[in-house]
Design a protein around this ligand. Sequence first.
Ligand SMILES: [Ca+2]
Ligand SMILES: [Ca+2]
Length: 290
Amino acid sequence: MNPDNTYNVVIALQNSGTAAWNNQFELSYQWEGPNGTINGTTSVSNISLTEGNFTQTTLPVRTPSNSGPYILKIDMVHENGGYFHSREASRSWFTLDYNVCVGTCDTYLPIIMKNYSPPVACQEGGNLIQNAGFESQLGTHWIEVLQPPWAYTFRTYLRNKSGTYSAVLGGLDNSDETLYQPIILPADTVSAKVSFWLYMVTTENDFAEFDKLIWDLKNDSTGYSVLQNAIVHSNKSISEHTWTKVTAEIPGLENLTQQTLRFNFRAITDGSNYTNFWIDDVTFVYTYCQ
Ligand SMILES: [Ca+2]
Ligand SMILES: [Ca+2]
């Protein structure tokens, strides 16, 4: 319906009351809208109808001036008593209601979206690394692989970031030492946040990366890396004589869940000028999405 227009509405009426209607009764309406209730400005007068009887009439309905959603409430009116629905304070009489849009209306309809999946909720799981601060002996969770055999990787109380102990790799020339822990990524894991503290002391100069600490994620069966790039720290890349927090995000773990992987540290030194790498407080916090 357009604002300020008159529309004819055909109405069938029955006097279901106990008294006859006479020329004091008329058919009219109200608009219930955004700014309250507006009384109808047109009507059909002289609805004379004895009790129980029917009639049909055409009611001219004048729309409000302002656009918006309205309820058109059609009702009988007594010239001295007002609208029927409000004649008794203790109970409301029914009106004949229609939802009408006058002019333009904001319309809200439920939308059905094809091929729509609700957003996936992701959350962090726990730290998969055990004995993360090396406060217990190596061997239970951490596994050492030493080359040559007299190379050493051990936990030490000489230096720690927290607790009493840390693990130390390197410290010899021509050594290749690995310290790893098997982990299993839970179902629905998509990524992980890795962090650990690293303390480096070297007798090298810092011209080049002669001695390295490499961390990686490997397939437990093949020993091959499952990451695109292992992360390398060296005598050159980090500050000496201070604890440095190393952090990294590992995305793309969807296809590596529920299988054993190795979270792997490897220290490789060249033929002269040894370097020590201390490690403490290792975390591998996985994120899963369901
Ligand atoms: Ca510790
Ligand atoms: Ca060296």
